[in-house]
Design a protein around this ligand. Structure first.
Ligand SMILES: Nc1ncnc2c1ncn2[C@@H]1O[C@H](COP(=O)(O)OP(=O)(O)OP(=O)(O)O)[C@@H](O)[C@H]1O
Length: 471
């Protein structure tokens, strides 16, 4: 039997309800939404055990369609592991697949720096150059190993993607030698430093959206966009990591099956077929967390989180949102809309006035003093691309993701030196924003032939596999 990836180890959980119930409004309730996938795995294991008696619409039927689409052009019926040689044969020379050397010949092994449920990520040092790298070891037999390797190679080279330097194959595993992102994970910065200024959030968010757009242009859906999977380099550059759940997708093709992380998962993932727009939703959750330091969809259990994702109407009008500009709220609402066709694309998000305002060249000289916030908001309101969506009270938002001081400047790509600036700069920036507001269909740079919905493979291994890390 093949090994199951993403925390497939599931234990009996007699005390599950208690374990899934954090104190209301406590900071930990947010963290539970981030970190309670093991709980969810246990829950779903129970679902699996009940599978024979579950009716349609039960958790079994919800979990049956775990997406297993292979890279474009490959049959979804190819058993995982088979065709691996062919796939990795595509990996170019830069990654030096198929080399005779063992990794120990070229690198000195260092400390473990990350622990995934699949295995570990460890520090390694090149014997020739002395340069340090991160090495992720993927054990063969895991369902998605070949896909992660292939997709990393496919995307490697973009500034926003962790660069894959080399791949070493052993009889039972692959070692992926990657660029070392020693600046930590974005989530750790968020937890430590609390809500971000709009200026800072916009610049972080722009970097994230640029790499998501790149993935989508390259025909890849990440499916697990969250701050835990965004790493920082020492100079503060953001890098999207962990393509363990990523899938290739053709234009017009849809995926199916549960994959993602609970707090960030798009509603359509919970209910049916979905597309690359799931990454937009997840990025919208991230933007919410950046600006408000709370997750938008919370609950006392994972099912309650999912219920919130499906039904809670967010209120961007009151409470903490009163101090956030309307353009920021507008962008968020366009990303966190359940109507997938109305949800903006990565390209559109990047051209949203809020992003342009805070990240365009002229924004470097714009005032950020709070007294100008409303003016900015009013100006942006005029730039709105479409009307604001209906909002209602959000009963579950609460509990800070973190408390803390201002973020250090390591990730800020634009410096803000604005105390003495006047409103002329603001007008200039708005003019720039206006000039960029054009909404059109995004282009894919690498498309595969449309093949229609990807066939589902209902493997119990896959089911519990994706449940745990990716539920
Ligand atoms: N290139 C890198 N540089 C530095 N640290 C890294 C790098 N890649 C991964 N890590 C560390 O290892 C951890 C696990 O890596 P990764 O997320 O790729 O594994 P995973 O098991 O697929 O993750 P998850 O359990 O979140 O799905 C990361 O959270 C990070 O702390």
């Amino acid at each position: 039997m093949r090994k199951k990836r993403k925390g497939s180890e599931t234990d009996a959980c007699p005390n599950e309800p208690d374990e899934l119930t954090p104190a209301p409004d406590s900071p930990s309730s947010n963290r539970r939404a981030h970190y309670s996938l093991e709980d969810y795995a246990r829950l779903k294991k129970r679902c699996k055990e009940d599978a024979g008696t579950q009716p349609i619409g039960s958790c079994k039927s919800r979990l049956a369609g775990i997406a297993t689409a292979p890279p474009c052009g490959a049959s979804s019926l190819v058993p995982p592991g088979r065709g691996l040689k062919r796939k990795i044969g595509c990996i170019d020379n830069a990654t030096k697949m198929g080399r005779k050397n063992k990794i120990e010949d070229d690198y000195v092994r260092g400390d473990t720096i990350g622990q995934g449920k699949f295995g570990s990520v460890w520090l390694c040092t090149s014997r020739t150059s002395g340069a340090k790298f991160a090495c992720k070891t993927l054990h063969k037999g895991e369902e998605t190993v070949h896909r992660e390797v292939e997709i990393m190679q496919h995307l490697s080279g973009h500034l926003g993607v962790v660069t894959l330097h080399a791949v070493y194959e052993e009889s039972d595993c692959f070692h992926l030698v990657m660029e070392l992102c020693s600046g930590g994970r974005l989530i750790d910065h968020m937890l430590e430093e609390g809500p971000y200024s709009e200026q800072r959030a916009a610049n972080i968010f722009k970097d994230v959206m640029q790499v998501i757009k790149y993935c989508h242009d390259m025909g890849v859906v990440h499916r697990d966009v969250k701050p835990e999977n965004i790493l920082l380099t020492p100079s503060g550059k953001l890098k999207l990591a962990d393509f363990g759940l990523a899938m290739r997708i053709s234009n017009g093709q849809t995926l199916s099956g549960l994959a993602g992380s609970p707090a960030y998962v798009a509603p359509e993932v919970l209910s049916g077929n979905y597309s690359e727009k799931v990454d937009i939703w997840s990025a919208g959750v991230l933007l919410h967390a950046l600006l408000a330091a709370v997750l938008p969809f919370q609950g006392d259990s994972l099912d309650a989180v999912f219920e919130a994702i499906k039904n809670v109407k967010l209120d961007f009008h009151s409470g903490l949102w009163e101090s956030v500009s309307k353009p920021a709220r507008d962008l968020m609402s366009r990303m966190l809309t359940r109507d997938v066709s109305a949800r903006i694309t990565a390209d559109e998000a990047l051209r949203h006035p809020w992003i342009l305002f805070y990240t365009e060249r002229t924004s470097k000289t714009l005032p950020m003093k709070s007294k100008l916030k409303n003016q900015v908001g009013a100006s942006f309101r005029q730039l709105a691309i479409v009307p604001q969506p209906e909002v209602d009270s959000n009963k579950r938002s609460g509990g800070p993701l973190s408390k803390g001081s201002n973020l250090n400047s390591s990730t800020e790509s634009v410096s803000f030196n604005s105390e003495d600036q006047d409103e002329c700069g603001l007008v200039d920036a708005l003019a720039v924003a206006i000039s960029h507001v054009r909404i059109s269909e995004p282009k894919r740079t690498r498309l595969c032939s449309p093949t229609g919905p990807i066939k589902q493979q209902c493997s119990s291994n896959l089911t519990s596999n994706n449940l745990c890390r990716a539920f």
